[in-house]
Write a protein that binds this ligand. Structure first.
Ligand code: C2E
Ligand code: CA
Ligand code: CA
Length: 701
């Protein structure tokens, strides 16, 4: 027989099979029911199935119900089984005996179905409840043991107190950190065993557990708490305290504080912070920390009449020295510079290394400009003593730029920017000096510095703009080419013209990057026009230092092949000055370029050397007559004859001519009369972005 143990199990024993049938029909819907007419067999069945309830007939010939009950009760597995008797007796004698035996209930014969069912059911319910209770109790016991184990073995310190702040429990970690054993601690006041102080000031701190009890909520420990153990060892601790409520959650019955020893992790994070905030080589604060200190300093002096000064120091020609003595010794020099700077500084000064050979001395609370000047002078003087590196003396000078809050800067960024500008001024004026941003820094220089900054930014973004101006055949008005002219977007999206940034690009060396970007964008556009079925030659201006830069030809070839552009669609405009700078290299470069198949135009002709037959030896193809001559041809006889002479000469040398700056119809007719071949100018079209040039191909006259 397969039994369903989910249901309760009932064993019924009666010598009358008919009675068993009634019992079975009363209960089988609800319980698994096992029956037997034989008490002996019943004992076996009971052992085998461990019934929840056993129904016993009292009068049975083989063995009476009481005897059977006693026998069954000796079986250990039946300890929790309920016994009920089925009887036709109504005498109290039987009842007393049955109860004495521990019987739970009676069912009288004749057996009534419902009564039988109800009585068994209540026994089952009692049984099940006691089972649940037992189970709950054992779970609880398990949990308690588990919690005890956790409290004993967790890595956190745990201290519990009662409402009088008297310690009731202290786990092993807390014992180790406080130096009090459970035995010693029990009964002590919390504050006697947990001595908390502020790690920075050493001032005694209130235990968060007091606050937790008072405010009836969980409270975190202050960030910089330090626990002093009985033997005066200090531990940095962190964590929280909570009140303990009674089961109903109404009344506080005590509190618990859980804390961790974070001494090691604080040491580690201090080291990490140090690394991210300091320069590795000198151990000085770096840019990040400097910014922080600047901010603090500014906030500190905000409502006073004191000042904050940033002294930006740049070692003159350090790169040369570094290359000469080697980087290792260069590092040693930097370290010594750091030491010397530290020697002149006091407590309120932050010395910071913000770049290879750049330092900032931040004076955080100055009473007067005089103080700042004095410190600046002292710094300069420390560099008068030569640096002795491996027995050799090296003399270093510095350029220093000073910016002050609130005189010329109101934020850390401005302090940095303006001291940087001031250094720039010193460098520009021959180095080895100190300059204050606030001092008559010329407007010119400010503009210049700003343009250079912007130019660097735009080049980094590769966001220089290339405009195009069409060139036309002056006799039939047909489009003959485009000149690429660079533009730069200002901070407010205004257009900045090349005359204000090309000269700066030339002196700062940025011209190479700029030229490369313009060449790239121009070739890309030439290719696009070619692919669109409107092929046109694009002329690109090449700066003097760009043209003379080593590797220029290779760079140009690279761009042509990048866009798969045939060189016939590119020409280069080079000024006389570029050619004269280094005659031999210029000749070679032009030869190499012509070999590739690129046309060369001599730009701005007439403004420089102007010996055409001499210039001719450079082998260029096109001559561009400068705008300044065209400007006056319709009213100045002399201008007209110069242009005429140039045109004649060019014709005899078989050079093409392009006239720049044709602004009026009278310019145009004068040039046409002379037989000038090509021209460009506002009269036809101003330089525009490529997409705005859709009508350029229409014949102009
Ligand atoms: P440029 O090579 O002499 O270029 C001709 C200049 O004359 C352009 O000025 C052009 O806009 C302007 N222009 C054209 N037609 C007229 C006109 O009818 N009237 C007047 N008043 N001006 C006219 P832009 O674009 O300001 O360029 C100035 C100079 O900057 C150029 O002179 C060139 O030397 C240089 N430049 C321009 N783009 C580049 C470049 O990509 N690289 C280099 N290295 N230099 C460039
Ligand atoms: Ca040009
Ligand atoms: Ca020109």
């Amino acid at each position: 027989m397969k039994l369903d143990f989910e249901k309760g199990i009932v064993l019924a024993v009666d010598d009358q099979a008919a009675d068993l049938l009634i019992v079975e029909s009363a209960l089988s819907d609800f319980y698994t029911i096992i029956t037997s007419t034989s008490p002996k067999e019943a004992i076996e069945l009971a052992k085998q199935h461990t019934p929840d309830v056993i129904l016993l007939d009292i009068d049975m010939p083989e063995m009476d119900g009481f005897t059977l009950c006693k026998a069954l009760q000796t079986i250990p597995s039946l300890a929790s089984t309920s016994f009920m008797f089925i009887t036709s007796h109504s005498s109290p004698h039987f009842e007393t005996e049955a109860l004495a035996l521990g019987a739970a209930d009676f069912i009288t014969k004749p057996i009534h179905l419902d009564i039988c069912r109800l009585r068994v059911k209540s026994q089952m319910t009692i049984k099940q409840q006691s089972f649940s209770l037992h189970k709950a109790y054992s779970v609880l016991r398990k949990e308690k043991t588990h919690l005890d184990t956790i409290l004993q073995s967790i890595g956190d310190g745990v201290v519990a107190i009662d409402t009088n702040k008297v310690v009731t429990f202290i786990n092993p970690v807390a014992q180790r950190l406080t130096g009090w054993t459970q035995k010693e601690a029990a009964g002590q006041q919390l504050d006697d065993i947990m001595v908390l102080r502020d790690a920075a000031t050493g001032i005694r701190m209130i235990n968060p557990l007091h606050v937790a009890l008072e405010q009836k909520r969980t409270v975190a420990m202050a960030l910089n708490a330090e626990l002093m153990s009985r033997d005066k060892t200090k531990y940095r601790v962190e964590d929280s305290a909570s009140p303990i409520f009674d089961m109903e959650g109404n009344h506080i019955i005590g509190g618990v504080i859980v804390f961790q020893d974070v001494t090691k992790s604080i040491a580690m994070s201090t080291q990490m912070t140090h690394l991210t905030n300091h320069d590795q080589l000198t151990g000085l604060p770096n840019r990040v920390l400097l910014h922080d200190r600047m901010l603090q300093a500014i906030n500190h002096v905000k409502h006073t009449n004191h000042m904050v000064a940033a002294l930006l120091i740049d070692i003159d020609n350090f790169n040369y020295l570094n290359d000469a003595v080697g980087h290792h010794l260069g590092d040693t020099i930097i370290q010594e510079v750091a030491e010397r700077l530290e020697d002149v500084s006091d407590k309120k000064t932050t010395i910071s290394r913000i770049g290879g050979d750049e330092f900032v001395v931040l004076l955080s609370d100055c009473r007067s400009l005089k103080n700042i000047t004095k410190t600046a002078k002292e710094i300069v003087e420390t560099f008068n003593t030569p640096f002795v590196i491996e027995g050799e003396e090296h003399r270093l000078s510095i350029s220093m730029g000073v910016s002050t809050y609130p005189v010329d800067a109101s934020t850390p960024e401005e302090l940095m920017l303006h001291s940087d500008t001031a250094v720039y001024k010193v460098k520009n004026e021959g180095k080895n000096n100190v300059s204050f941003y606030a001092d008559e820094l010329s407007e010119d220089l400010k503009v210049r510095v700003n343009i250079e900054k912007l130019l660097r930014q735009r080049l980094n973004e590769e966001s220089m703009l290339v405009y195009f101006q069409p060139k036309y055949n002056l006799s039939n008005g047909q489009l003959t080419g485009m000149e690429a002219l660079v533009r730069m977007k200002g901070y407010d999206d205004e257009l900045i013209f090349p005359d204000s940034f090309i000269p700066i690009a030339e002196v700062t060396g940025l011209i190479n990057n700029l030229g490369k970007e313009v060449l790239d964008k121009s070739c890309k556009q030439a290719k696009a026009w070619l692919d669109a079925g409107t092929p046109i030659q694009v002329a690109v201006n090449i700066g003097a230092s760009q043209f003379n830069e080593f590797g220029f030809t290779e760079m140009l070839e690279g761009i042509l092949s990048k866009y798969d552009l045939s060189p016939q669609w590119l020409s280069l405009e080079i000024t006389e000055t570029a050619l004269i700078q280094n005659i031999n290299t210029a000749k070679k470069a032009i030869l190499a370029l012509k070999k590739i198949g690129v046309l060369i135009a001599l730009d701005d002709f007439g403004t420089g050397y102007s010996s055409l037959s001499y210039l001719r030896s450079f082998n260029f193809d096109v001559l561009k007559i400068d705008r300044s001559f065209i400007m006056d041809i319709d009213r100045d006889e002399q201008a007209l004859s110069i242009v005429r002479a140039i045109v004649d000469l060019a014709n005899s040398l078989k050079l093409s001519i392009v006239c720049e700056g044709i602004e009026t119809s009278s310019h145009l007719s004068a040039l046409q009369k002379m037989g000038c071949e090509q021209g460009q100018g506002y009269y036809f079209c101003k330089p525009k972005p490529a997409e705005a040039l859709t009508t350029a191909w229409e014949i102009k006259s």
